[in-house]
Design a protein around this ligand. Structure first.
Ligand code: IVH
Length: 719
């Protein structure tokens, strides 16, 4: 027993209470997706626990929420045998095959026995087996996470699985009881990398000059086998649980058998035990209903935050499952209905070279139009020379084109058979910039070719598109075609249109005879002698209304905070996060211009490479002149965050109902700007509830707890 006391509680009890609280809020955030705490609140509690654990290392257990990211596995990943083989599934590709399977199922059961089915989404990731063992005081703790491997033997990737926030490190005695689970059991499920995390990972890889991962499944598999738990933790993998198996305790089914009587009860028990179970599953009693589920799933497919490639149909009763048994490598009681592939074969007609904002030259495949995943595709990115070499591509080849959740289509392989002979023409990289004719350079250690002419029109075009885009300077009305017009042509010429826009061929037109450009740099956008009502009216299809609206947007963009402007300047390696970090740290453009490389590296998330490019950017005369011109036109160049007030410091607010003038986000921003916090739920610790029209249960709760209630005017008065 520990005798150390802290505020009336033993330290041990205090730590346990913090852990319980953190676990509960992790569950709300990562499993239910209904957070009640802000990140800052979570971090504060986590830091409190970490501090206590640092003082009392003897009281730290492996299932503490602080223990998700541990050391690297010293010997690499160890091979482990599965309790029962992890099998795969037979596939059905159409209704006929599905009905044939249902008949085989019926044939394996008594005629009077009508099987029920569970329909689940077929998540496109990789399967994993988690084992839980008895912990102290009736709890269960995560023991291991093992990949499928060859089905019989997998790899122990526990250190990485622990970093997945939707995987509980600990299941409380109460949850076990509620779920009807013993203290030891096995869970099987699918690890996926959500679309957003996949895109972020590829952006980072590209910024580092690495080839992007082809699809989320490969990215998830690669991540799970990374020997650096720190990196895995940042990738935001998710695990959806779909099987509950026995670990063979007393009076329980043998190891690896189903623990409960139905698959649907297994899913429900997993849910109650705190696992993330995909909400899209349904118990049905006929194949017609299975078909409706499939149709609904297909319709939902594009809107889901992760990839699915079909529907898995399982016989619900585990007794029936046992009677049906297995064929060689797959259960007879389940089948995967695969969606039609979003891939098609077409010919590579040409390779074009597109010059990006930073001068990077990207090869783009010009394809014979082909219908894939709902759109006609005529372009696909080829990334760089390495990718072309990896594919072994020649012009005239037939290639397989895939559209994942990403809008940008990808070439996955060269197809070669009797109907698809190989192409013969080599792909030759240009030696000079296809837009301005300047010699291209390849910097040492980089795969990409670059146009280093800072006034290359192709670079300027990309720069302007980026500068004006949403999330950067947000100049509405300055999209691709307006940018093209400002640069003196009607629509982007073939090969320079962005990939997203060029999936539909009708959007690509040849360049019209070049007129004189209105702008020659970003700053010119703000120069009223160049961009004004009269000059805009000379452009095609631009009326007075459009011209005025654009000018108003340009004017409004001058107020964008420093982080947006930094992002807009297009400094290499400076993405959204880095721009924000720089703005937060330095607060003004002058402080940033004056910062040394050493000061830059001290900023969170900024390494020597980024620090060097930032420094380099702000020592370049041309860039400094650009900054001065923009300043002259009245751009803000200061950070909002720096001006964070202290009026509401230490206070927590909860917003409910509709406020008369402020949106929720605006109210939140104002409170936070004044140093206050906004939380999602009312507790005794809430300082004020700000209630608007149709305020609901939160207002009631405030009244019950005696928390002060404000209206919008009251809030504004405090500010
Ligand atoms: S059941 C015999 N349920 O699909 C057990 N698998 O093609 C088969 N998968 O290896 C697993 N979502 O990686 C099952 N809801 C789901 C699934 C699912 C995705 C994957 C799993 C399996 C593969 C079989």
């Amino acid at each position: 027993m520990t005798t150390v006391k802290a505020g009336g509680m033993t330290v041990e009890a205090k730590m346990e209470a913090l852990r319980e609280e953190l676990r509960h809020h992790e569950y709300l955030y990562y499993v239910l997706d209904q957070p009640e705490w802000t990140d800052a609140q979570y971090d504060a509690r986590m830091n409190e626990l970490k501090a206590l654990e640092a003082e009392h290392p003897e009281l730290v257990a492996a299932d503490s929420p602080t223990q998700r990211v541990g050391g690297k596995p010293k010997e690499g990943f160890v091979k482990v045998a599965h309790s029962k083989p992890m099998l795969s599934l037979d596939n059905a590709y159409n209704e006929e095959e599905l009905r044939a399977w249902a008949e085989r199922v019926q044939g394996g059961l008594a005629a009077s026995e009508k099987p029920g089915f569970v329909c689940e989404l077929k998540l496109d990731g990789l399967s994993l087996a988690l084992t839980y063992e008895a912990g102290v005081k009736g709890t269960a703790v995560l023991k291991s996470g093992v990949t499928r491997g060859d089905g019989t033997v997998g790899e122990d990737v526990t250190s990485n699985v622990r970093t997945i926030r939707s995987v509980p490190l600990h299941v409380s005695a109460k949850r076990l009881k509620d779920a009807g689970l013993p203290q030891q059991f096995e869970v099987r499920g699918e690890v996926v990398l959500p679309q957003a995390a996949f895109r972020k990972m590829n952006e980072e890889r590209e910024a580092q000059g690495l080839a992007p991962a082809v699809n989320p499944r490969n990215a998830a598999a690669g991540t799970l086998r990374t020997l650096e738990p720190n990196i895995v933790a940042q990738r935001r993998l998710e695990l959806f649980a779909y099987f509950l198996l026995s670990a063979g305790g007393e009076g329980e089914p043998a190891t690896g058998e189903f623990l409960l009587e139905t698959q649907s009860a297994g899913l429900e028990a997993l849910r109650r035990a705190g696992f993330l179970v995909n909400p899209n599953s349904r118990v049905v009693s006929s194949i017609d209903e299975v078909l409706s589920f499939i149709a609904e799933a297909e319709a939902k497919r594009d809107g889901l935050p992760y990839e699915i490639d079909g529907v898995v149909i399982k016989v619900d009763s585990t007794a029936q499952q046992r009677r049906l048994g297995f064929t060689g490598k797959a259960p007879r009681w389940a089948i995967a209905y695969k969606f039609p592939a979003r891939a098609a074969v077409t010919m590579l007609e040409e390779v074009l070279f597109q010059v990006g904002r930073t001068g990077k030259v990207t090869p783009v495949a010009a394809l014979a139009p082909v219908f894939v995943g709902g759109t006609t595709v005529t372009r696909a990115t080829l990334h760089n020379a390495d990718e072309i070499e990896r594919l072994g591509l020649k012009i005239g080849d037939f290639v397989s084109v895939e559209r994942g959740g990403d809008v940008i289509p990808k070439i996955t392989e060269v197809v070669e058979d009797a109907a698809h002979p190989r192409g013969e023409r080599e792909i030759v990289f240009p030696e000079v910039c296809p837009r301005c004719g300047e010699a291209l350079v390849r910097e040492p250690g980089e795969v990409d070719l670059r146009c280093v002419n800072v006034s290359c029109p192709a670079r300027l075009e990309e720069e302007l598109r980026h500068f004006a885009s949403r999330g950067v300077m947000n100049i509405e009305g300055m999209g691709e075609s307006m940018v093209a017009q400002l640069l003196g042509h009607t629509l982007a010429e073939v090969g320079t249109a962005s990939l997203e826009a060029s999936t539909d061929e009708s959007e690509i037109e040849a360049e019209a005879p070049t007129k004189t450009a209105l702008v020659h740099s970003i700053a010119d956008v703000y120069d009223s002698t160049k961009v004004n009502r009269d000059t805009l009216l000379t452009l095609e299809r631009i009326g007075e209304k459009t011209a005025d609206a654009l000018l108003a947007q340009i004017e409004a963009s001058k107020k964008q905070p420093l982080n947006r402007v930094l992002l807009g300047l297009g400094i290499r390696h400076v993405g959204e996060r880095t721009a924000q970090a720089l703005a937060d740290e330095f607060g003004s453009i002058d402080a940033l211009i004056g910062a040394t490389e050493e000061e830059l590296t001290k900023v969170n998330d900024i390494g020597p490479k980024v620090a060097a490019t930032v420094r380099e950017f702000f020592t370049n005369e041309r860039n400094l002149a650009l900054v001065e011109r923009l300043r002259g036109y009245g751009l803000t160049f200061t950070s909002k965050k720096r001006e964070r007030g202290t009026k509401l410091e230490g206070m927590t607010f909860v917003l409910t109902g509709t406020l008369p003038t402020l949106t929720r986000d605006e109210a939140k921003e104002k409170i936070e700007a004044a140093g206050g916090k906004v939380s999602g739920s009312v507790s005794k610790k809430t300082s004020y509830v700000v209630a608007g029209e149709e305020a609901g249960s939160k207002l009631e709760k405030a009244q019950q707890l005696g928390v002060a209630v404000l209206d919008e005017a009251g809030l504004l008065a405090m500010l």
